[in-house]
Design a protein around this ligand. Structure first.
Ligand SMILES: Nc1nc2c(ncn2[C@@H]2O[C@H](COP(=O)(O)OP(=O)(O)OP(=O)(O)O)[C@@H](O)[C@H]2O)c(=O)[nH]1
Length: 266
C-alpha cells in the first residue's frame, strides 16, 4: 500500500514465496506523497524488491495498470518455468495485507485488458475476500488468470508504530485498535510531516498536537454531539458533550479518502 510501502509488506510472503517470480505492486498511489519515491525504492531494493509498480485502481485509465501484465510476462520469462514448460497459460496470485486493493486490482486488469466488468468483491473494510476464489481471467493473449486471496497480516507486527500505521490504512478492523488512539497517532503523523490540511478542513485556527482539542472542534463542526445525564448535588441535569468517537471516526475516514492531503507514513 502506497502510504505504507514498507510497513504494509508482509515479509513472510517474500521468505516463503521467494522461489516464484514476483512483482511488488504499491496500490493507492493517489493517496500517497510520492515526492520521496527514490528513498522508498532504494529501501525496497535493499530487501530484494527490485520489481516495483505504483498503481491507482480507482482511476479509469491508469497507465501503470496497462504496464502490469507486460511487466509480469517479462519477469516470468527471465526465470525458468520449472515443471510447467509445456503449458502456455499463466496463473498468477495476488497476495497482500487486508484492504490494499487486491480485488480492485483484478477488476482493473479485467477492465483494461478484456473490457470486462467486475469479477471480485470490493469493500472498504478489511476481510472482504474470505477465501481463495476461483481463477479469474485477466488477459486473452497470452491466457492469464489471477487468483484473488484473503488479506493476510504478518503473524507478529514488528512494533507498535508499524501496527498504528497498518491500522490507519484500514488493514485491521478499527474497533480492535480503538478510533481514539488511531486519531491521536494520525494527528501526530500529520504534524510530524507538516501536513496541515486538517486545519482548513475542520476550520481550526492553528495546528495543534492536542487530540482532544482537535476532536472537540471536529465534533462541534460536524454537529456530532451527545446528551448525557450529569449528577450534581442539586439533582440530575442533562448536558451536551462532543462525541469524540464519532469525530475520531470522521478524522480517520477523511485521511483514508485523501481529504487530508497526500501522505507518506513510512
Ligand atoms: N484511493 C484508492 N482507493 C482504492 C484503490 N484501490 C482500491 N481502493 C479502495 O480500497 C478498498 C479496499 O479494496 P479491495 O479491493 O476490497 O481490497 P482487498 O485487498 O481485496 O481487501 P480484502 O479482501 O479485505 O483483503 C475499497 O474501498 C476500494 O475502493 C486505489 O488505488 N486508490
Amino acid at each position: 500500500m502506497q502510504q505504507i510501502p514498507l510497513s504494509g509488506r508482509n515479509p513472510v510472503f517474500q521468505d516463503t514465496l521467494n522461489v516464484k517470480p514476483h512483482l511488488l505492486i504499491l496500490n493507492k498511489m493517489d493517496l500517497a506523497d510520492l515526492s520521496n519515491r527514490q528513498r522508498i525504492l532504494k529501501k525496497l531494493e535493499k530487501v530484494g524488491m527490485g520489481n516495483v509498480l505504483f498503481t491507482d485502481c480507482l482511476r479509469q485509465r491508469d497507465e501503470n495498470i496497462k504496464k502490469l501484465l507486460p511487466m509480469v510476462l517479462q519477469i516470468i520469462e527471465n526465470k525458468p518455468r520449472f515443471n510447467r514448460e509445456e503449458s502456455s497459460d499463466y496463473c498468477l496470485m495476488v497476495i497482500g495485507v487486508p484492504n490494499v486493493g487486491k480485488s480492485s486490482l483484478i477488476n482493473s486488469l479485467r477492465r483494461t485488458n478484456l473490457k470486462k466488468g467486475r469479477a471480485s468483491r470490493v469493500g472498504g473494510e478489511p476481510g472482504i475476500t474470505k477465501a481463495v476464489l476461483t481463477k479469474i481471467q485477466v488477459c486473452e493473449r497470452p491466457m492469464m488468470y489471477l487468483l484473488d486471496t484473503p488479506g493476510v497480516l504478518p503473524p507478529k507486527i514488528e512494533s507498535v508504530e508499524t501496527g498504528m500505521k497498518l491500522a490507519l490504512c484500514g488493514t485491521i478492523l478499527d474497533h480492535l485498535v480503538g478510533e481514539d488512539i488511531m486519531a491521536d497517532y494520525l494527528l501526530y503523523s500529520l504534524n510530524r510531516l507538516g501536513k496541515f490540511s486538517y486545519m482548513e478542513k475542520y476550520d481550526l485556527q492553528a495546528p495543534s498536537d492536542d487530540i482532544h482539542h482537535v476532536l472537540k472542534h471536529i465534533a462541534v463542526k460536524l454537529r456530532k454531539t451527545q446528551r448525557v445525564k450529569a449528577f450534581t448535588g442539586l439533582g440530575n441535569i442533562t448536558v451536551t458533550i462532543p462525541n469524540y468517537t464519532a469525530a475520531a471516526y470522521d478524522f480517520i475516514r477523511a485521511f483514508r479518502k485523501g481529504e487530508l492531503g497526500q501522505v507518506m507514513l513510512d
